[in-house]
Design a protein around this ligand. Structure first.
Ligand SMILES: Cc1ncc(COP(=O)(O)O)c(C=O)c1O
Length: 378
């Protein structure tokens, strides 16, 4: 097996057979010809079921995550909700208190109404997770690590052991960790989810999602049925763009994470910053677990709590010149967001918090930008 850097850069080394093209053709056909004897020997009939445009990005991602198979979806939310919709009404599922806000909303408002027994716990605390398990009834434990927007760290190996002991499966939203730093399946998880909109693509120019499974089993088949029957599929062009983005995953993500570490250390000393939330800082609550489970870096997402409260935080965000004020994360350009404004009244996100997605610009430019914005923001 080649190293992941090689797998990503060469997209598994594929060459298109007919033309010897190094970059794959863009497949756009919605339908595929049936053989004269009424068979479908190509294995394909209609692009809602599957699409040749998915093959390469799915196989590259499966290889990077050390999974048996991967599936692309129309968005990260489409991928995540397919996991829950593959369960049955009445099933008990455990999810984190601190997690991506829209998915938490969907679980509270849609999935509960649909019949799932959703319980939110502090999944960064193994004792709390263990206490929430109902053996034989809990079907799924969903975790996110590092988790939006406080970057709580979940010990994946411990969570897998707890879930499996109760007969449940463990799914990990690994969007922020990326396959560069963490392989949840190797640590015991059953399923990995990505908002491919973020680091996998990396250029803020498409919306996509993905699931990767440890084993092709009945549960995976149900998720595949959800994708096909609901039609939560990625477009051909987006699949092609995603593959192109994944080729540079390793250098992009490593550069961004190195800058994030530099920024976190410097911002910790900034007189206008009350605290820095970043798993790479030794004083951060989840640091020891992150240091064990994240290989070679701590990701490029962090939050800062601004002295002076909500007004000062929003004022600082208003003054950035290099960072862009925008939601989302994982692109080559750095973004800043006053997260509580997005998440609304029920959020666990403090009002003085700015979320930073660190890109691949010069780290000195990024730090100088934040320093001037914080200085004048008070
Ligand atoms: C950690 C995480 N999971 C899931 C999602 C949802 O992904 P998408 O916006 O592609 O639907 C996001 C999007 O912000 C995210 O940050």
């Amino acid at each position: 097996m080649k190293k992941p850097e090689t797998i990503a850069a060469q997209a598994l080394g594929w060459i298109e057979e007919k033309t010897r093209a190094v970059s794959p053709p863009l497949h756009v056909s919605s339908t595929f010809e049936r053989d004269a004897d009424n068979q479908y020997r190509s294995g394909r009939n209609y692009a809602r079921a599957d699409n040749p445009a998915f093959d390469q990005p799915e196989q590259v991602l499966a290889a990077l995550e050390q999974g048996e198979a991967a599936m692309l979806f129309a968005s990260g939310m489409a991928a995540a909700t397919a996991v829950f919709l593959s369960l049955k009404p009445g099933d008990h599922v455990v999810a984190p208190k601190v997690m991506y806000w829209s998915l938490r909303n969907w679980l509270m408002n849609f999935a509960r109404g649909w019949g799932l027994d959703v319980e939110l716990v502090d999944t960064s605390d193994p004792a709390a997770l263990k206490a929430a398990m109902r053996p034989g009834k809990t079907r799924l434990v969903w975790v996110e690590t590092p988790a939006n927007p406080l970057w709580d760290i979940v010990d994946i190996a411990a969570a897998a052991e707890i879930a499996h002991a109760a007969g449940a499966r463990l799914a990990v939203d690994s969007t922020v960790a990326t396959p560069v730093f963490t392989q949840p399946l190797a640590l015991g998880a059953d399923l990995v989810m990505h908002s491919a909109t973020k680091y996998l693509n990396g250029h803020s120019d498409l919306v996509a999602g993905a699931l990767v499974t440890k084993a092709i089993d009945e549960s995976w088949q149900r998720m595949s049925d959800v994708r096909k029957q609901v039609g939560a599929i990625l477009g051909s062009f987006e699949s092609w763009l995603l593959l192109r983005g994944m080729r540079t995953l390793f250098p992009r993500v490593r550069a961004a994470a190195a800058s994030a570490q530099t920024l976190a250390e410097a911002l910790q000393r900034n007189e206008n910053v009350a605290s820095v939330l970043y798993p790479g800082l030794p004083g951060f609550k989840g640091h020891a677990i992150a240091a064990r489970q994240m290989k070679g870096g701590f990701g490029a997402m962090m939050s800062i709590r601004v002295k002076g409260g909500e007004k000062a935080a929003i004022a600082a965000a208003a003054r950035v010149q290099v960072f862009k004020r925008a939601t989302s994360l994982g692109g080559v350009e750095s973004l800043v967001e006053h997260r509580a404004s997005v998440e609304g009244p029920d959020t666990p996100c403090p009002a003085d918090l700015l979320r930073l997605s660190v890109g691949i610009e010069d780290a000195g430019d990024l730090l100088a930008d934040l320093e001037q914005a914080l200085r004048q923001g008070r």
